[in-house]
Design a protein around this ligand. Structure first.
Ligand SMILES: NC(=O)C1=CN([C@@H]2O[C@H](COP(=O)(O)OP(=O)(O)OC[C@H]3O[C@@H](n4cnc5c(N)ncnc54)[C@H](OP(=O)(O)O)[C@@H]3O)[C@@H](O)[C@H]2O)C=CC1
Ligand SMILES: O=CCCC(=O)O
Length: 361
């Protein structure tokens, strides 16, 4: 963001300054690590929003370029990839898309995206290519497999993998991209379907800093904050730790809902009590009401949560860290998968507990 724009007085910058001042006054340690960014002037974002963009002190300063003028590739148009690619197109970026199931490209093509028939072709035709794929296997296949993105990479190009994968996978893709003389950034995201639609994701990046700086204007279209965490693997590790906590929280919340009901309490009241206390989390307020109604509209597929727990347990194993709670949660998600709930929202893990109660009744 050029300094002239930073200095421009407007209501959004005033709100950012106010937020910063409040942070400094009440949370000096937080304000040392975070600096609010001025609001983007994107028309899709409300002028008087109370949220603000932040970046870590480990990241570049606010002088990173304001606009990315190159061509952007996007591979993987699932629940997350589709709205993210859509936001890039709506922000005026020149986007080329590819997805294994081609029909998912059609809505983006009607919004103005171009289509290429392989990851290799996308990478060859773009300056930077983003990949948002299901798991380590698909991330490796799309990058390094036949007609994969690596074959289209070369000096001056960048590959940004935003899929949630393990450290080894990220390092492997990095090596292949580097061997082509290109740059690599891992950038998994925290935040689900709605934050993806609203451009409110949190990026956990690591890898080539020059690529991080180059694509920061794009990350700022897609997200509300970005962290630069150093060498490749740190972004993947951070994401897995966050999702390990989330998976355990959801399993524990599910137990609470079912126990409250069994002892004659109204679980909807439990959700409200939780939302007002110290353990309040947006996830509980967001998912609780539909869980009480046994409805699980998919934002984050249960199969991906179980994958993340599995990968987090592997990470813990690699450093001999004990994680018994995550291990127990993982078992529950595996049971839920065996009941055919893989493509439901991860909150459907509660169904595995319901089934277990019947087993023991
Ligand atoms: N949903 C969420 O809330 C969040 C998800 N994530 C992570 O982001 C990633 C994507 O998640 P999400 O969009 O929800 O997942 P989806 O299951 O909706 O989409 C997965 C994407 O991967 C593609 N894919 C799967 N297998 C292959 C393969 N073998 N070869 C090529 N392409 C393949 C799918 O293609 P096709 O359409 O052909 O099936 C699709 O584009 C995951 O790593 C997930 O853990 C991160 C944050 C939040
Ligand atoms: O990986 C999925 C994360 C979902 C979320 O952060 O809400």
């Amino acid at each position: 963001m050029p300094s002239t724009l930073l200095a421009k007085p407007n209501i959004n910058n005033l709100l950012s300054s106010t937020a910063m001042a409040l942070c400094s006054a009440f949370c000096p340690r937080i304000s040392a690590n975070f600096r609010p960014k001025p609001f983007s002037s994107s028309p899709s974002k409300p002028l008087l929003s109370l949220s603000f963009k932040v970046f870590s002190s480990q990241a570049t300063d606010a002088s990173s370029q304001d606009k990315f003028s190159g061509r952007v590739g996007f591979l993987g148009l699932g629940i997350m990839g589709s709205p993210m690619a859509q936001n890039l197109i709506k922000a005026g970026c020149d986007v080329i898309v590819w997805n294994r199931t081609k029909s998912k490209c059609d809505p983006l093509i009607s919004l103005g995206a171009k289509y290429s028939s392989s990851p290799e072709e996308v990478a060859a035709n773009c300056d930077v290519t983003f990949a948002m794929l299901a798991d380590p296997e698909s991330a490796i296949d799309v990058a390094c497999g036949k007609n994969g993105a690596v074959s289209g990479m070369g000096p001056g190009k960048g590959y940004v993998d935003i899929s949630t994968v393990d450290v080894a996978t990220s390092k492997l893709i990095n090596e292949h991209i580097k061997a082509r003389g290109a740059l690599f950034l891992e950038a998994p995201v925290s935040g689900s379907k709605k934050p993806a639609e609203d451009g409110q994701l949190i990026f956990l990046t690591a890898g080539d800093r020059s690529l991080y700086e180059l694509v920061s204007p794009l990350l700022d279209i897609l997200g509300k904050s970005r962290f630069y965490l150093g060498e490749v693997g740190n972004g993947a590790a951070m994401k897995l730790v966050v999702n390990m906590i989330m998976g355990s929280m959801m399993a524990s919340f599910s137990e609470g809902i079912l126990l409250s009901k069994k002892v004659g309490l109204d679980p909807s009241v439990l959700v409200e009590v939780v939302s007002q206390g110290a353990i309040s989390a947006p996830m509980y307020s967001l998912k609780g009401p539909s869980m009480v109604k046994s409805q699980y509209p998919t934002a984050f597929p249960l199969k991906h949560q179980q994958k993340d727990l599995r990968l987090a347990l592997g990470l813990a194993e690699s450093v001999s860290q004990s994680t018994p709670i995550a291990a127990a949660a993982n078992e529950l998600y595996k049971v839920a998968k065996s009941y055919g709930l893989s493509d439901e929202d991860f909150s459907a893990v509660i169904e595995a507990l319901k089934a277990k109660s019947q087993d023991t009744a």
